[in-house]
Design a binder for this molecule. Structure first.
Ligand code: PMT
Length: 412
């Protein structure tokens, strides 16, 4: 199931044309075994050393090399890849690729992806000792370091040329350890207990029918995965949805109705330092659910009597302990910001994530969302349309900031 640090991480593994490319296969295996999602991007010269078939079989994804797939004309977006990656690792990196990166030359898919990468980049040089010692290589590596790239220095030893000296690519196990160390250092929720509600609730009418809503659970699951990636121990209480939990630090509790969700929430939120209510909870349930299927014969219509469900966020909010951060959602169609601010007060929350069904690509079922974060001090932060994974990261950044005290959280 992978390790806690790397599970679900998006890693672009860049491979260039050097004999050390054979070692990239071991690195790829280590990353995949640890649960990372790895996209290999290989230069045309890299393919002379290792076949894309091996790499795609091990990574479970087609290898990207050119801007277009020749026979289908399919376009590979370096910008999307750069945004997708939590980390880009180029191993081995030849002198030529290092020179291109240092000078912003974008003449192949790999260096273009590098220029689009938003997150951290690591480079593991591999070349002959004279090439590595050449002033131009030294200059280019210095430039990369100044640009924020992490250099994994080559080791000394026997090289492919049979010369002995510095230039051998670092061993895959050591590169893997550097990758783990990098992600460990970003664990800003390490050991923090987080409880989350997600998905819809189903309120039973009879054994075949229910009152429900369109929530898929995607937003709540994305938040759970992001919290876990950042080191939190997560309880995810979810209504009926067909998603799978990936990270080993997520405890999943399946429920069906709002009443069941409340019972689970009382248990799981009791010792949580952060609580997030992303579920779309039905506000009403049938006053009585039938034990046999309701028949249509002999009736001209029917009226369902509904009773109010508990408000889970409000109940947990009412007994909130000092220092706990509670985050609610507001799904609105009108007067969005004032309704969200009202919910924040009424439910004793520290932050409300507002999404409006008026915004295209926001809300239920889709892979994207467009949110505003409403804070206790009245500040409202507006975000553009992003993937739910990125939205989750923005929400967690806000929570981390609140926990650090950089923003004033009023304990009510
Ligand atoms: O699951 P997806 O398809 O990815 O869609 C995501 C989403 C649209 C469901 C999600 O982004 C979202 O907006 N969730 C909250 C939906 C909602 O019920 O909003 P609300 O404005 O009705 O409720 C306000 C807050 O109170 C929410 O935090 C809600 O979880 C909570 N609540 C509401 C009613 C209730 N009985 N109990 C609650 O805890």
């Amino acid at each position: 199931m992978g390790n806690k640090t790397l599970s679900g991480r998006h890693i672009v593994l860049g491979i260039t044309g050097g004999i050390a490319a054979y070692k990239s296969v071991s690195l790829l295996r280590l990353l995949v075994k640890a649960g990372a999602e790895v996209q290999v991007v290989i230069t045309p010269a890299g393919k002379e050393f290792i076949t894309p078939v091996t790499l795609s079989a091990l990574s479970g994804r087609p290898v990207v090399s050119e801007f277009f797939t020749a026979n289908t004309g399919e376009w590979h977006s370096h910008v999307d890849l750069g945004l997708w990656a939590d980390l880009m690792v180029i191993a081995p990196a030849t002198a030529s690729t290092i020179a291109k990166m240092a000078n912003g030359v974008a003449d192949n898919m790999l260096v273009t992806t590098y220029l689009s990468a938003k997150e951290h980049v690591m480079v593991a040089p591999a070349m002959d000792l004279d090439m590595f010692a050449h002033p131009s290589t030294t200059r280019n590596l210095r430039q990369l370091e100044a640009d924020g790239v992490e250099i994994i220095a080559p080791a000394a030893g026997e090289l492919a040329s049979h010369l002995v000296g510095k230039g051998r690519m670092e061993e895959p196990e050591n590169i893997f350890a550097r990758i783990e160390a990098f992600f460990n250092s970003r664990e800003d929720l390490k050991g923090v207990r987080v409880a989350i509600t997600a998905g819809p609730t189903y309120e039973k009418i009879d054994p075949v029918r229910f009152i429900g809503n369109y929530s898929s659970g995607k937003m709540g699951f994305a938040i759970a995965e992001e919290c876990a990636r950042r080191g939190a121990d997560v309880s995810l209480i979810c209504g009926p949805c067909s998603l799978d939990v990936k990270h080993p630090s997520i405890k999943r509790i399946d429920v069906e109705s709002a009443v069941e969700m409340l019972e689970a929430a009382k248990r799981e939120f009791a010792d949580a330092e952060v609580g997030i209510f992303s579920a779309a909870v039905a506000d009403y349930r049938p006053a009585k659910s039938e034990s046999s299927k309701i028949k249509r014969e002999g009736t001209s219509g029917m009226t369902l009597e509904l009773v109010k469900n508990p408000d889970i966020a409000a109940e947990i909010g009412a007994s909130k302990k000092p220092g706990t951060i509670l985050v609610g959602f507001a799904l609105e169609t009108d007067n969005e910001k004032s309704n969200a601010a009202h919910k924040l007060e009424k439910k004793n929350l520290d932050m409300v994530v507002l999404n409006s069904l008026k915004d295209k690509g926001a809300g239920f079922r889709c892979d994207t969302n467009k949110i505003s974060i409403v804070l206790r001090d009245g500040e409202i932060l507006d975000f553009p349309l992003k993937s739910k994974r990125e939205v989750a990261a923005d929400i967690i950044d806000g929570i981390v900031e609140l926990r650090s005290g950089r923003r004033r959280v009023k304990d009510v």
